[in-house]
Ligand binder design. Structure first.
Ligand code: FES
Ligand code: MG
Length: 604
């Protein structure tokens, strides 16, 4: 069978009598009282033997909120309602902390901790008597870390987002968290506001508990968790402080207990069909360029083949429907009140663009049934499919001689950019330009004003991939130097082996793999070399003869390869030894070998 003991106990209803995983700890009276060794420290805080050993599902609540992770901190409250749901449905809740990840504070970058949080969560879910788990998600990396762990472990699992903050507001204008910081700092640097005004202005974007209120990586990843079927329908977009958020926490607690009884596992939900739906959804909501990294990682851990060609093929030609910052004007509350993801998916379904309405979700119904007819009443926030914000709003997958793989969101190309770079009528979607090359953000800051950069220069940022800047930095989008800015030239094309913030909208070629520090040709390119970008052919090529590339490669190897700073902590070192490239999801290569752990190794 499933490699799991499935004997039914006497007198219990269908599905309720399955011997649960937790019985390996708490229901072992055959083994001379061993169960009491595992149990006594649960009894010592007041649980009873009856609660632990009468085949009630033991449900973990993976608590990602804490004082150091403010985006998720409201989960400390929500977990109480999750717990009530679990108890009402006949389960026992055991809450435990996960490794915290706070996007804005964690240095050098929070991406380092996605895989660490994943590892520790797998270990906890495996080593303790959990029959199912409620994954409390929110801030950027917390959601993929949870989905990846659920995929590897494969016990029944359900996500609950903490929810976005309320709309930010400044003098009647909607202000997105994060985005206001750049504006405020410019004013501060120019001496137009003082330090107190700076704080007030920045905090106008962050008015309440919750994660970012724009369609950044947090809103994106939680929408995708729901689109995959791993969160209850309608749950992702509810703002953190709303009553519906607490009610959804309760429903999530109720539901996980039945998922355990039904043995509805992540591998039943996160199928190839579910990932294809999620890719389409990502385009329609204007999802972050970090989404392919995280979703490809989850797919790897659950054993579903998925690559960036799938993103291009399935996602590129989908229109952007959601009018939300950074691509549009609205924020979290508008989006939720407009119907959120259910409304977006209802439109996709009607347009025949949801590839797999039959995909099963955590509530036991299909995604099609969950979303059908849930249309918005607010066409300012969720545009009709026939009149979208933008056509062809997905990512293209680029290959060539500068890298094997990178993505670009072409829908953010401005008319000014198009005029400057894509003006050749014979070849309207290609350009050839000299490059200016920077080794990391510090080098860029030092040299951007001095480097030879004209109106038609490609800026290259390298050394900022998973190895180079351990975890991969969000620094690929670069500004033009001030002499160009003064002439109104803002958007220069950028290429890099790092990432771009989910709240940024520049036309950059991102996540280039292999990175410079991993033998990629990005390490060979020099100031003034010419590079050709062909969007139709999906290619980026370095215009140098093969023998010149070979000579440079030799020279680089003689110097010991592309130089990267030393690791500062044990984890940075382990991460660098074990991690794969961004196009492959930046997963720990050895971790991917462990799949469906709960089925393959039922008794720890
Ligand atoms: Fe945590 Fe944006 S910084 S969600
Ligand atoms: Mg971010």
């Amino acid at each position: 069978g499933k490699g799991k003991s499935e004997g039914k106990s006497e007198g219990e209803g269908e599905g309720k009598g399955r011997r649960l995983r937790s019985a390996e700890w708490f229901n072992r009276t055959d083994e001379r009282g061993l169960h009491l060794v595992y149990m006594d420290r649960y009894l010592n805080y007041g649980l009873t033997k009856e609660e632990l050993s009468s085949n009630k599902p033991i449900i973990g609540i993976a608590q990602s909120g804490s004082d150091v992770s403010p985006c998720n901190r409201h989960h400390l409250e929500l977990a109480k309602r999750v717990r009530e749901g679990i108890r009402t449905a006949g389960g026992i809740a055991l809450e435990f902390p996960t490794h915290p990840i706070q996007e804005t504070t964690r240095r050098p970058t929070a991406t380092l901790d996605r895989n660490l949080s994943y590892l520790t969560l797998v270990e906890l879910l495996y080593a303790y008597p959990f029959d199912g788990v409620v994954l409390l998600t929110g801030c950027d990396k917390t959601t993929p870390a949870c989905l990846m762990a659920a995929a590897t472990m494969n016990i029944p699992a359900i996500c609950l987002n903490v929810g976005p903050m309320l709309n930010g507001s400044l003098q009647g204008e909607r202000v997105g968290s994060g985005t206001i910081i750049w504006r405020a700092r410019d004013l501060y640097t120019a001496g137009q506001i003082d330090a107190d005004e700076l704080t007030d202005m920045v905090c106008s974007g962050t008015p309440s508990p919750g994660h970012c209120n724009t369609m950044g990586t947090a809103s994106t990843m939680n929408a995708l968790a729901e689109a995959l079927g791993m969160a209850l329908p309608g749950s992702a977009a509810i703002p953190a402080p709303y009553r519906e958020r607490s009610q959804m926490a309760y429903h999530t607690g109720l539901r996980i207990v039945d998922m355990v009884r039904e043995d509805l596992k992540p591998s039943d939900i996160m199928t190839r069909a579910a990932f294809e739906n999620a890719i389409v959804v990502n385009t329609a909501i204007g999802g972050s360029t970090n989404a392919p990294i995280h979703l490809n990682a989850v797919a790897k851990h659950v054993g579903v083949p998925l690559d960036l060609d799938d993103w291009d093929r399935l996602g590129y030609a989908i229109p952007l429907l959601v009018n939300m910052q950074p691509a549009g004007e609205m924020l979290s509350e508008d989006y939720y009140r407009a119907g959120g993801l259910l409304a977006v998916m209802a439109d996709l379904l009607d347009a025949g663009k949801l590839p797999h309405p039959e995909a099963v979700t955590c509530n036991g119904r299909t995604i099609g049934d969950n979303v059908r007819g849930k249309h918005t009443w607010d066409r300012r926030t969720i545009k009709p499919f026939s009149e979208p914000m933008k056509e062809n709003a997905g990512f293209i997958h680029l290959k060539g001689t500068l890298f094997d793989s990178a993505i670009m969101k072409t829908s953010v190309i401005s008319p000014a950019f198009r005029k400057e770079f894509l003006q050749d009528p014979a070849d309207p979607n290609a350009f050839e330009c000299p490059v200016a090359v920077f080794d990391g953000p510090e080098d860029y800051q030092d040299r951007v004003e001095k480097a030879a950069i004209g109106r038609r220069t490609i800026l290259i940022m390298r050394g900022v991939g998973p190895l180079g800047y351990p975890g991969a930095a969000e620094v690929v989008n670069m500004h033009a130097p001030s002499h160009l800015l003064k002439r109104g030239v803002r958007d220069l094309p950028c290429i890099g082996d790092g990432r771009q913030s989910g709240t940024s909208g520049s036309p950059s070629i991102l996540n280039a793999t292999p990175e410079a520090a991993d033998g990629g040709n990005l390490a060979l390119v020099r100031d003034g070399d010419r590079v050709r970008v062909d969007l139709d052919k999906r290619r980026v090529d370095i215009l140098l003869p093969e023998n010149e590339l070979k000579a440079r490669r030799k020279e680089l190897e003689a110097k010991g390869g592309y130089q990267i700073p030393p690791s500062h902590t044990p984890w940075q070192d382990i991460f660098r030894r074990e991690v794969g490239g961004l196009s492959e999801g930046m997963v720990l290569k050895r971790a991917v070998q462990f799949q469906r752990v709960a089925q393959n190794f039922p008794a720890p």
